[in-house]
Design a protein around this ligand. Structure first.
Ligand code: GLN
Length: 292
């Protein structure tokens, strides 16, 4: 027969349980807040309150799931991105904070290049829809399209867009393929495609390897397959004056920058680092017309 516990005791239990297993101890706090339906401040204000036994048991089950490798975001059902909650599931990549820097780079560059002009933008491989939704909400002069190969990911992206009242047109297909078919062209093309080399599979954390979708993670032997395909497809989809912004993996920046520079010799290209000083974003902008 379980005895009741205070919030403090529940947190302490979860934190030592997780620590013994070398797991992220903060996940215990996130789960408890989720079960109690309180914000961080609320949790600490009620430190000595007792938790109903059934609630504690449900919380405990979730902590056991963490130890089995389930991502905390799947247990909670959402993750924050750019200050907004997005639904997630095993069908989409869980939003990463690094991708917020891609958003910032796009918003900043668009102003420099186009001022406040109304523009056509696309998020390629939208997954949970974080990039398309965030860009659409942060910049009301962007008309957003988004694509994904996975029907299930698109379902999730549509739910997230609807939830946040973002006006986005979704297309199913491989990277830019749907837009090539339609003959549609864009001023801004953004993508955080899969970029993990196949050979890194074994070194990934279990919660990534076993719970996030293969399709969203891996991209060939060197992880660059999607950038190669995107660069090739871009020629048919990019407007003469445009902005292309890709998220990349650590160590891939220069290779992807070169790929774009060679395909579009008249553009300016740059690699930007993330807060951990790893290359994270590749930009190409300006004149995408090949002939001088
Ligand atoms: N564009 C989505 C994101 O940034 C999905 C990325 C992916 O699945 N590789 O989260």
């Amino acid at each position: 027969m379980a005895t009741s516990r205070t919030i403090h005791e529940a947190l302490r239990w979860a934190s030592s349980f997780l620590e013994e297993r070398k797991l992220e101890t903060m996940a215990g706090e996130w789960l408890l807040r989720h079960h109690l339906g309180v914000e961080r401040a609320g949790l600490f204000a009620r430190f000595q309150d007792e938790i109903p036994v059934t609630l504690f048991e449900a919380f405990q089950q979730d902590v056991y799931m963490l130890a089995k490798g389930y991502p905390v975001q799947h247990l909670i059902g959402h993750e924050e991105f750019f200050g907004r909650p997005f639904k997630v599931s095993g069908d989409v990549l869980i939003p990463r904070p690094e991708t917020e820097e891609l958003i910032i780079a796009v918003l900043e560059r668009r102003k420099v290049l186009f001022g406040h002009a109304e523009l056509e933008a696309v998020d390629v491989g939208t997954g949970s829809g974080i990039i398309a939704t965030t860009l659409s909400l942060e910049d009301k002069w962007l008309r957003l399209s988004a694509s994904d190969l996975s029907e299930k990911a698109l379902e999730m992206a549509k739910q997230n867009a609807t939830e946040h009242q973002a006006d986005i047109t979704f297309y199913q297909g491989d990277l830019l393929e749907p837009f090539i078919q339609m003959g549609k062209q864009f001023d801004i093309i953004v993508s955080n495609p899969p970029y993990i080399p196949e050979s890194d599979r074994e070194s990934l954390a279990i919660h990534v390897r076993e719970h996030e979708p293969e399709l969203a993670l891996f991209a060939g032997r060197d992880g660059l397959d999607c950038y190669r395909k995107l660069t090739h497809q871009l020629k048919q989809v990019v407007k003469p004056r445009a902005l292309v912004a890709f998220e990349v993996g650590a160590g891939q920046g220069e290779a992807v920058r070169k790929m774009l520079q060679e395909a579009f010799p008249n553009t300016d290209t740059e690699v930007r680092l993330d807060i951990n000083k790893k290359d994270r974003i590749v930009l190409a902008y300006g004149n995408f017309v090949e002939e001088l």
